[in-house]
Design a protein. Structure first.
Length: 484
């Protein structure tokens, strides 16, 4: 007996086992069960079918949303808290003396293990700024001028002590590559408000005065989430995205026809194999086509005018950290959910005094300008700014005039987006070695950021190899003391 015509059609389509089982499970009973377990799944699935724009899986939000977007200023290489935000007069007095073993015995040290440990005092003076007289390095007067807007955390810790795993840990909550980055989790959870730009954008800049410590695209990857949630790297010089321009001799309408045909083919194939990466490909083709118009307009900062360029201290097309801060504000205005800026060369194993002076010139005005600009535009209250390196530096000298990697206590700061302004949270010991009061770790930072975005960190998870994977792993507590 020959097969039924509909079964022959099924065989002709060569559906995969995964696609077949997936579709046969989509009956009325499965839908009813799904609606009982999580009523939002049906509405989310329906919305995804009608519209390629991702609206997020956290709906409704777990908490009132204080921050609608994040601008993460990543100081790659590990800034020294002892020359930036945590003054230690006792360390200054002990400069050149042996480091007391009571601080270091049995502790994890990166490259100074087994060497003579000598106290290395702060290499620059500190001044008091703001209403509360917050002491920060005198090289950062512009940040000092807005210190009353900033929540300074001096008791940050991390598990990692070498650059690449520390970057992975700060970005993904794991030292092992392959987990989703904070930006990917955020766009997966909340989606994006932008119609013609990615929900997660990365900008990089190169400074001088340190070592050109490499960063890698895996630090803003989607990991085990669909690749549509990975960060999109916009370059500060030249074409912001490779192959974004329309080829010579091809009109915009012709290119749209090509994109439509490719997406139609992909959609047809997706009905057979049911692969989320094909859906991602369809969405990304559409996004890339929209970006051909939106990105050149975004990158044209000449339209900002001389006053704004002077505020940031940048010039169009210079690829500087200052220009990237201005672009971050423009991206935030356009609805991008997560914006991450990497500024390199903070790895001062030697020449920390000169190196920090270079860094201050590169970031001080730009950080102030970003805060000031967002506040003037009424955006600071719902924009969370995070300034952080992957770790700090040792109170002991390395090579006579530098500092080694350090993870037991360092400084970061946050601003806007629901954090208390003008406060200092946490304390390190008198030599700046360990956090001794209100110690916080990277999982706590991630949990707090998600909380400000309206998400309970223990609920945002995905199934992977039989486990519920989440940004904070099995750890993480909201840092309640910094919430406004």
């Amino acid at each position: 007996m020959s097969p039924h015509p509909e079964f022959r059609q099924f065989l002709a389509q060569r559906q995969t086992r995964r696609a077949f089982l997936g579709r046969t499970s989509q009956g009325v009973g499965a839908l009813a069960l799904a609606s009982l377990l999580n009523p939002t799944l049906l509405s989310a699935a329906a919305a995804a079918t009608r519209n390629s724009k991702w609206t997020g899986v956290v709906n409704p939000l777990d908490y009132p949303q204080k921050a609608k977007r994040v601008i993460w200023l990543s100081m790659a290489g590990g800034p020294s808290h002892l020359e930036t935000f945590d003054y230690k007069p006792k360390l200054a007095k002990m400069h050149g003396e042996p480091m007391p073993q009571s601080f270091t015995q049995g502790k994890q040290i990166a490259q100074l293990q087994g060497q003579k440990l000598v106290c290395f005092g702060p290499q620059h003076g500190f001044k008091k700024f703001g209403r509360n007289g917050t002491e920060i390095c005198e090289l950062f007067p512009q940040i000092g001028s807005v210190i009353d807007e900033i929540c300074l955390i001096r008791s940050m810790t991390t598990e990692a002590i070498n650059h690449d795993p520390a970057h992975m840990f700060m970005n993904t909550g794991s030292q092992i590559a392959g987990r989703p980055s904070m930006g990917a989790w955020t766009t997966y959870g909340l989606g994006s408000e932008s119609e013609d730009l990615p929900g997660f954008v990365v900008l990089t800049s190169l400074g001088k005065g340190g070592q050109n410590q490499p960063i890698a695209a895996r630090q803003w990857a989607a990991g085990l989430l669909p690749s549509r949630f990975q960060g999109v790297h916009l370059r500060g010089k030249g074409d912001p995205v490779l192959y974004l321009s329309t080829p010579a001799g091809v009109t915009h309408a012709q290119q749209k026809d090509v994109v439509d045909v490719i997406n139609a083919i992909n959609a047809k194939y997706d009905t057979i194999v049911d692969d989320p990466e094909i859906s991602t490909r369809i969405v990304q083709y559409e996004m890339a086509f929209k970006m051909q118009t939106s990105v050149p307009a975004l990158m044209d900062i000449k339209s900002e005018g001389a006053k704004t360029l002077e505020l940031y201290g940048c010039q169009p097309g210079d690829g500087s950290f200052a220009s990237n801060c201005l672009l971050a504000r423009r991206l935030a205005e356009r609805g991008v959910r997560f914006i991450q800026l990497y500024h390199k060369d903070w790895d001062h194993h030697g020449g920390v005094k000169e190196g920090i002076a270079f860094k201050a010139q590169e970031i001080d005005r730009a950080c102030m300008a970003l805060i000031t600009d967002l506040k003037q535009r009424g955006m600071l209250d719902d924009t969370l700014i995070v300034w952080a390196g992957e770790f700090g530096r040792t109170p002991m000298s390395q090579g006579g005039d530098g500092r080694d990697h350090h993870n037991a206590g360092f400084s970061i700061w946050l601003c806007g987006g629901g954090v208390k302004p003008g406060i200092v949270y946490g304390v390190t010991d008198e030599l700046g070695y360990s956090a001794i009061e209100n110690a916080a770790d990277v999982h706590d930072l991630h949990a707090t950021m998600l909380r400000l975005l309206g998400i309970e960190h223990t609920k945002l998870s995905v199934k992977f190899q039989g486990l519920d994977v989440r940004l904070t792993g099995i750890a993480g507590n909201t840092i309640e003391g910094i919430l406004a």
